[in-house]
Design a protein around this ligand. Sequence first.
Ligand SMILES: Cc1cc2nc3c(=O)[nH]c(=O)nc-3n(C[C@H](O)[C@H](O)[C@H](O)COP(=O)(O)O)c2cc1C
Length: 323
Amino acid sequence: MTAIRRLVRGDRPIGDVDLSTSVGDVTLPNPVMTASGTAGHGAELGAYFDLQDLGALVVKSLSIMPWDGNPGPRVTPLPGAMMNSVGLQGPGVEGWIHNDLPAIRASGARLVASVWGRTVDEYGAAAEALTAVEDDLIAVELNVSCPNLEDRRKMFAHSGSSVASILDATSMLTVPRWTKLSPNVSDIASIAGAAGEAGADAVTLTNTLLGLVLDPVTGRPVLGGGGGGVSGPAMRAVALRAVYDVAAAHPQLPIIGVGGIAEATDVVQYLRAGASAVQVGTATFADPRATTRIITELSAWCSAHSVASAAELIRTAHSGGTP
Ligand SMILES: Cc1cc2nc3c(=O)[nH]c(=O)nc-3n(C[C@H](O)[C@H](O)[C@H](O)COP(=O)(O)O)c2cc1C
């Protein structure tokens, strides 16, 4: 723990390697954040490490109203992965501001709030409620991988125009808006392009893959919510491909990569594919210190490969070369 502290504390370069990075106008001391929904709503991971050691803390998606989520069971293991159907349980923006934000504020973590909704108006209302605490935020992530009640429950993320509507409805926010897309589309580059044109400051790629596990005896889904979202190392190649394709199609659009990251070399792949930063989700369930371990290992990997800064790695897969 002390060694990790010494290596990653504060805003200065880690060891001899400069891990700092920028997502559009947002500068981070290192590229590793938590992934929404896998690090609690508040300062829970502060029991394991100093939250300032993260590139940023991304909290679980919040809606305008408190939400109970889905019945259990909510998670099930899969080979190299897990599947969840938590159903976006949460306290609502006002409850979060009252109950969770004070501890995060006290931790000094760079904070990203995430919002979701069932309608475009609900996204707008959640964003409006967050304007009261924008000084505490470095960005807001728009989780658009939710069913749209007004369009036959089709996911917002499945339509460029729906994603653009959410950006329009949340335009009162003055902090950068990162739009988190779904991998369950045929052409993620076109959806990302629509997000960028509508004002997204970055895209986060990707949310979980749609999945289903059945009980072979009853024929019923094992999760209480029915199907679920598959996450973890088994989906890494899918999300990495999304990052690569979006980076190729939209070189000016900042990208945050997420999906299956468990090792420093996974981060290196995402940076080379075109991400400026990454998020770590499922790995945190196996080891709550996974993020800080990966930051320390990333610094060591760069040193061992004569890479002086994380920035040197970004997009190198597109120029066909190593730094
Ligand atoms: C239990 C669980 C809950 C999640 N909740 C959210 C959420 O509230 N909002 C969101 O945008 N993504 C949510 N996700 C998706 C993750 O943020 C991430 O995109 C996905 O799990 C892929 O990353 P990973 O393989 O590192 O977990 C959740 C994932 C898991 C496993």
